[in-house]
Design a protein around this ligand. Structure first.
Ligand code: ADP
Ligand code: MG
Length: 556
């Protein structure tokens, strides 16, 4: 008994567990999906480790997940022969929150049970979801290559216990003692349905074990049965994969909880062969603006999982894309570092970028494109700044708010078609979304019926300064330098009353210069205003005002 160690959960985990324990979330069955998903990940990790250390799997080369149930004891057990966890890993993985998605989930918890519960569906909260159905959970795990096994046990109320255990081979066994009222999860038929629904795409067999009771009754599992298709989803013909199966695969591979907005599944043949199964999410994930800007695409080589952190596979501006790439042409024993540098990776990357952009082009006319653009447009626009080869292509996809668009957005082609006669540039203003449309800088443009692009994403200040043009016409900030609008007649003459006499203006300017001193470079008469008396502008060679403000804010 001395060897039992009791530890407290990290405070955030404790909050999460409290929510799980008291959950009234209606789709509690997803706990099984989460456990099978973890088992599959654990097998993937070991398969990779065994590439360099074959002894790890030599004694038991067939990866699988086994589900067994004991009605009398009211327990449900999910066992895998994956990589397993050491004692330290049990503490780190099941006692703290490692994943940014989960910590974002906890940040959003309001303490109001009803709204918190609806968040579960939006996040997918992994292992801890077992506490929606179990009054106690034991995890026994043995790390591949180690003789030691450890038991982790908890009822979800603040603490967990660790003690040495025994396990016949490597892997992890999760045993749930089901709560009163959760008997449906002891029903073989029900379990089969759940596995079919959520885990059919899992690439290793998920086996329901025969029940061990002596006297067998009706409805009891009499033989071991493999419940899923047990082949990698992306290797199956497209015609045999349902939208639901694709969506479940997306949630598993992308650690997502929503529906994919786009599913792109293809086989590339040519100088390099690979299969891609990519997804564009239906909603913006919580870590989209993580400063690391990393893609989490999963890379497989001949169905062996290699890594989900190969940045070189996708440019930062497409980091929202989820899914897998499986190539037969990359060497299996390639190190993750070498992958980053490999010309083959660069080839795959350019193939993926091409495929993703062409899918976006295909759907750019759809009503649903707005969903995509609202969620990921600000990220995709980073490509205007970063990817010189593709920036024209990206610019065609881009949508903009303008002084005339109202709640809608327009493409640059639409903007260009509405340009006024003699208009020589695409005019834009950058600034805060809430106020930019009210800027006094826009008055002269309104008076001449010239449409101005309203740019309010931080990246807009960068790409607009790169000399990019639209069909030969430059982008021109309305806040910079002198803009000559004299060739474009005012829509109607807005000027009211008489012009002030020359002398009065000269002395007003002199007085303003005196009062403002060093704070401004110059004070001038402007033709850009119609209603407001004054506005600030940047000199032609200076940094755009909004950008200057952003830079000052960033410097702190
Ligand atoms: P996620 O799977 O998204 O990382 P989870 O909450 O589902 O989050 O699991 C947390 C971590 O616990 C996993 O990342 C993994 O390191 C570890 N883990 C969970 N289940 C297993 C398992 N069956 N075998 C090995 N490690 C596991
Ligand atoms: Mg998981």
């Amino acid at each position: 008994a001395e060897s039992i160690e009791t530890r407290g959960f990290e405070a955030e985990v404790a909050r999460l567990l409290h929510l799980m324990v008291h959950s009234v979330y209606s789709e509690k069955e997803i706990f099984l999906r989460e456990l099978i998903s973890n088992a599959s990940d654990a097998c993937d990790k070991l398969r990779y480790a065994a590439l360099t250390e074959p002894a790890l799997t030599a004694d038991d080369p067939n990866f699988r997940v086994e589900i067994s149930l004991a009605k009398d004891a009211r327990t449900l057990t999910i066992a895998d022969n994956g990589i397993g966890m050491s004692k330290d890993e049990l503490i780190a993985n099941l006692g703290t929150i490692a994943r940014s998605g989960t910590s974002a989930f906890v940040e959003q918890l309001s303490g109001d049970a009803a709204s918190d519960v609806s968040l579960i569906g939006r996040f997918g909260v992994g292992f801890y979801s077992v506490f929606m159905v179990a009054e106690a959970v034991e995890v026994v795990s043995r790390r591949a290559g180690s003789d030691e096994a450890w038991s982790w046990e908890s009822d979800g109320a603040g603490t967990y216990r660790l003690k040495p255990a025994t396990r016949a081979g490597r892997g992890t066994t999760v045993t749930l003692r089901l709560r009163e009222g959760e008997d449906e999860f002891l029903d073989a038929w029900r379990l089969k349905r759940i596995v079919k629904t959520y885990s059919d795409h899992i690439a290793l067999p998920v086996i329901l074990k025969a029940e061990a009771d002596e006297a067998q009754t009706d409805g009891e599992q009499k033989e071991d049965e493999t419940l899923n298709s047990a082949s990698a989803l992306w290797t199956r013909p497209k015609s045999e994969i349902t939208a639901e199966q694709y969506a479940e695969f997306y949630r598993h591979a992308g650690h997502a909880a929503d529906e994919p907005w786009a599913t792109i599944h293809w086989k590339a043949e040519g100088t390099i062969e690979y299969t891609g199964l990519l997804f564009i999410p239906g909603t913006r994930p919580f870590d989209l603006f993580d400063p690391k800007r990393e893609s989490r695409l999963k890379l497989y080589v001949r169905r062996v999982f290699i890594t989900d952190s190969c940045e070189a596979l996708l440019p930062g501006y497409l980091r929202f894309v989820k899914g897998i790439v499986d190539s037969a042409d990359l060497p299996l024993n390639i190190s993750r570092e070498m992958l980053q540098e490999s010309p083959l990776t660069a080839k795959i990357r350019s193939g993926l970028v091409k495929k993703i952009l062409s899918e976006l082009e295909k759907r750019a006319g759809d009503d649903g494109f707005k969903t995509f653009w609202d969620a990921f447009g600000p990220v995709l626009k980073e490509g205007l700044y970063e990817d010189f080869e593709r920036r024209e292509q990206i610019l065609k996809l881009a949508r903009f708010k303008t002084t005339k668009s109202g709640d809608e957005t327009v493409t640059l082609a639409e903007y260009a078609a509405r340009m006024r006669p003699n208009q020589t540039a695409l005019y834009f203003i950058t600034g805060d979304a809430a106020t930019v449309a009210r800027s006094p800088q826009l008055e002269a443009f309104k008076a001449r019926d010239i449409e101005v692009l309203l740019l309010s994403d931080p990246i807009d200040d960068f790409w607009t300064g790169t000399g990019l043009d639209w069909e030969g016409k430059p982008f021109q900030s309305v806040t910079r330098g002198d803009i000559d609008l004299s060739q474009i007649p005012a829509a109607e003459d807005e000027r009211k009353g008489e012009d002030a006499p020359e002398g009065a203006i000269a002395s007003l300017i002199a007085a303003a210069k005196l009062a403002l001193g060093e704070a401004v470079k110059d004070v001038r008469v402007s033709k850009r205003l119609t209603d407001s008396p004054v506005c600030l502008v940047a000199a032609a060679g200076d940094m755009d005002m909004h950008l200057a403000r952003l830079m000052r804010a960033a410097r702190g």
